[in-house]
Design a protein. Structure first.
Length: 101
């Protein structure tokens, strides 16, 4: 099955503590059905100081389930993703506007 959400897509969070937040997908893990979105689902990691890095509390984006994300169309609204053939290639399009992604 083709991926509906890919790295670099602008998404909006549908449910959970970060509902309504928008961000860009940094990485996708299809086997785990999760994605890391910049600025969403942040957790504090305590790191020890080393010669190369400063220690302290560092915020890190944690994975979020793909079912809790929706692609944003050009109007900034949540949309579902559809597939269609154009010029012999399979392309993604936004179902609300019909525009290619």
């Amino acid at each position: 099955m083709a991926a509906k959400l890919k790295k670099g897509d602008e998404v909006i969070v549908l449910t959970g503590k970060d509902k309504g937040k928008k961000g860009t997908i940094a990485s996708v893990s299809p086997k785990a059905n999760k994605a890391v979105v910049d600025g969403v689902n942040m957790a504090i990691r305590h790191t020890k100081q080393s010669q190369t890095s400063q220690g302290g509390r560092i915020s890190k984006a944690m994975p979020i389930d793909l079912s809790n994300l929706s692609l944003m169309d050009k109007n900034g609204k949540a949309t579902r993703v559809g597939f269609r053939e154009e010029d012999g290639k399979r392309v993604r399009f936004a179902k609300t506007t019909g525009d290619l992604i």
